[in-house]
Design a protein around this ligand. Structure first.
Ligand SMILES: [Ca+2]
Ligand SMILES: [Ca+2]
Ligand SMILES: [Ca+2]
Length: 224
């Protein structure tokens, strides 16, 4: 009985949550926790994050992420981003991506936030569309976001963290095997949202089912 009630509540909450989203975020790894950031350069050390998608939300059409520039904190005039997707091999990204998007300069938006204890390291938000790309539901993939700042010798790009917990992968450069490290990095994936029943319908169905169950439960007790 308790399990059934929680199932109904879960359905109701899912319904409300999905319809409240203006932007169809289909995987959310969190926004910056303002703690730190990790270097991710096309020609330098790189990081990648794991994700998996749920049923009905398996086509990615965009990515949002956050980062900062150090150590001079004088960002280059333009960015040169590449986003790449990797298959998982025993809990780490494969050495070579199966798909890459050279996005170039996608523009940056100052968030007004900076890294904890380092006000000079301002955090910027980035957003890009990619060609609709289908992924298998429930399967782990990895995404790397790399910036090429070789034109700016006193700054490199750093991907902002989103948590004290979780893990990502890093390596010292292209072709070098990946290694696990902590924590999670700030990004989300947008795409085609899963079709969700109207919340009012879900609640009505849930309430009706619950009423039937309660009536049956009472009836069964009466026979003893
Ligand atoms: Ca600079
Ligand atoms: Ca640089
Ligand atoms: Ca992670």
């Amino acid at each position: 009985m308790r399990a059934f009630v929680s199932f109904v509540l879960t359905l109701a909450l899912l319904g409300w949550g999905q319809t409240a989203l203006a932007t169809p975020i289909i995987f959310d790894n969190g926004s910056p926790n303002l703690e730190t950031a990790v270097g991710s350069e096309t020609f330098g050390s790189q990081v990648a994050e794991n994700f998996s998608l749920v049923t009905g939300s398996t086509t990615v059409t965009g990515i949002n992420w956050w980062g900062a520039y150090g150590n001079a904190a004088t960002p280059p005039p333009t960015d040169d981003f590449t986003v790449a997707f990797f298959n998982d091999a025993a809990g780490q990204p494969e050495p070579t991506p199966f798909l890459g998007f050279h996005l170039g300069d996608v523009g940056r938006t100052a968030t007004g936030d900076s890294l904890s204890g380092f006000p000079q390291f301002e955090i910027f938000a980035y957003s890009a569309s990619i060609s609709p790309t289908a992924f298998l539901q429930g399967v782990t993939y990895w995404v790397s976001v790399l910036n090429d700042t070789t034109a700016d010798p006193d700054d490199d790009w750093f991907w902002a963290t989103s948590s004290f917990f979780g893990t990502h992968a890093f390596r010292q450069g292209v072709g070098i095997p990946w290694s696990p490290t902590v924590p999670d990095l700030a990004f989300n994936l947008t795409g085609e949202a899963a079709p969700v029943p109207e919340p009012s319908t879900v609640l009505l169905i849930g309430t009706a089912l619950l009423a039937v169950r309660v009536r049956r439960y009472r009836a069964s007790r009466r026979t003893y």
